[in-house]
Each structure stands twice: as C-alpha cells, then as structure tokens.
Design a protein around this ligand. Structure first.
Ligand code: GAZ
Length: 278
C-alpha cells in the first residue's frame, strides 16, 4: 500500500479509492480494467463513465487542465494521472500483489521492448479501419501483416515455446489484448485476418490466448463492430458523420438493441435508421 493511501484522512468522508474517468469500450481504459481483474481488485477503483459523444464537462476539464483524452486517474489525494501506460504502472505500484508486470530487470526489459510496439501497432489498425480510399487497402493490409510479423519474430526470440510472453498473461498481454479485440473491426469491415501461415503462427497463438483469457471479457465482438461503425466511415472519437444525428458510440439506444451494421464501408454510408440509432 502506498504512503499516500495510508496518509489519507479516513474520517472526513474522503474516498479511499482512486477514481478512473473513462470512455467505455476505449482500448486504453480496458487495459486498466484487465489489470484490476488480474489482481482481483475490480472494487478498489471507482470507474466514472464519460460519454464521448457529448462535450466534456467543465469540472472534468478543470481536473485535466483542458486535455480531453481519457482514461485519467484521480488518486485519493487528488493527484491527476494521464496516459494509460503510466496509470497501469501506478496501479501496479500501489497494488503490487499479485504482480502482473515482470519483477526482474531483464524480464521487465523484454516486456517493455514488446510494449513499445503498442503505439505503432494500435495506430496502424485504427488508420486501416478509418481509411476511406479503396486504392490503399493493400497498403494497409500489408502494413498490418508486417506489424504482426514483427511481433511474431519477437515472441520467437523471447518465448518460442510458451503461449504468453512469460508464464502467465502479464503486462504485455494487458496492453495488447484491447487492440486485438478492437481489430475485430478489421475482420468485419476489411475482411482482414491473419493468414494461416507459419510466419504468423506464434503471434496467432499469442493473440488467440489473449482473446480467450477470462480477465479480458469486458467487451464483445458484436459490441466492437457496432460501436466502431463510424470509425470505419472515417469518423473517430465520437465525431458526427455528415447526414447523421447520432454517433455509433452513443449510449442510447444500447448497442445490443441495434442491427449489425452494413459491412461495406467504401460504397455505402449507413443512415441513423439503418444503424438502429433513429
Ligand atoms: N495515449 C493515451 C493513453 O491513455 O494511452 C490515449 C488515450 C486516448 O486516445 N483516448 C481517447 C479519447 O479520450 C479514446 S480511445 N478521446 C477523446 C478525446 O477527446 O481525446 C486510437 C487510435 C486512433 C484513434 C482513436 C483511438 C482510440 O488512431 O481508441 O489509435 C490507436 C481512442 C487514429
């Protein structure tokens, strides 16, 4: 337990838990949920849901000093921590047991080398799904395959016979799994999946084990495909597409009550009615 946690006044009605401000279904927030699930600490952190399709509340902008990217963690003492990787490491420090990150210096370095690929990997998949130009599909597909091949090579070097990078689902898996889940949108809208090819066998095994892990059940394929329709049409972060009154990220109507969106993202712009949003 951190000194800050111990120093906190308990009899002033002050919360004794950190609060995470987050956007449901955001991959960066899911990382935190996975970490807490692995530690059995789901109830030790309060989650405050923010609707990405509405203007950010003034009180929240004050806490973040004007930035809008989430998740943001507020410590019990009022400290504000931004950036999901920084928040993950803070939570690992405050709640060290059971460890999720590697503890020995070399193990930690190997884990961090894989984790440094997450930004580029995630960004490419998002650019791929958002690409509006059919002439560039092969370029995006190849770029995605190159990134999977790079991870495959890393796993072959550091964990050739394991399933995960180390014995168990750890920090690298916590970081990448939300992207593997978001990339269900590539299967649906781009017909992209890893080819059955030796070149991707090790990363496929890793990805499939990540997707099947019980700590990663926060979102489903159906939810991702429905909520990310607007991304497939080029509109990110809850932005509104021309001719539409509702974002596919809206809370109401709930995604489970809507039909599956049309898969053709290049030739057809679905209406609110078609998406069950009207
Ligand atoms: N680096 C930050 C972190 O915490 O790790 C990123 C946080 C972030 O981008 N949060 C987004 C957000 O709060 C939601 S998730 N947006 C609202 C706002 O006002 O800023 C990912 C992409 C991408 C586009 C979107 C997202 C995404 O590439 O999932 O690439 C990985 C946003 C075009």
């Amino acid at each position: 337990m951190s000194s800050e946690t111990l120093r906190r006044p308990v009899d002033e009605g002050v919360r004794d838990t950190p609060t995470v401000y987050h956007i449901p279904v955001c991959p960066f927030s899911q990382r935190l949920e996975i970490l807490l699930d692995l530690k059995g600490l789901g109830d030790r952190v309060a989650f405050h849901v923010v609707d990405i399709t509405r203007p950010r509340a003034e009180w929240l902008l004050e806490k973040t000093r004007g930035t809008t990217a989430l998740p943001v963690l507020e410590t019990p003492g009022g400290g504000i921590i931004k950036e999901s990787m920084v928040i993950l490491r803070y939570l690992e420090d405050v709640f060290p047991e059971p460890p999720v990150a590697q503890r020995n210096p070399y193990g930690r370095a190997v884990e961090n080398m894989l984790i440094t690929q997450e930004g580029d990997f995630g960004m490419w998949g998002y650019r791929y799904v958002m690409n509006p130009d059919p002439a560039r599909r092969d370029e995006f597909r190849q770029g995605m395959l190159d990134r999977y091949a790079r991870i495959d090579d890393f796993l072959m070097q550091h964990s050739p016979s394991g399933t995960f990078l180390f014995e168990d689902f750890g920090l690298a898996e916590t970081v990448f799994t939300p992207f593997f889940m978001r990339f269900w949108f590539l299967e649906y809208y781009e017909d992209f999946d890893l080819p059955q090819d030796d070149r991707y066998a090790r990363v496929r095994e890793w990805r499939d084990a990540c997707l099947a892990h019980p700590a990663a059940g926060q979102v489903t394929r159906e939810q991702i495909v429905k909520l990310y329709y607007d991304y497939a049409r080029g509109a990110g972060n809850g932005a509104l597409l021309p001719g539409r009154a509702s974002s596919s990220f809206t809370f109401d109507p709930h995604w489970s009550a809507r039909p599956w969106p049309p898969r053709d993202k290049y030739e057809h712009a679905a209406t609110d009615e078609e998406l069950g949003l009207a």
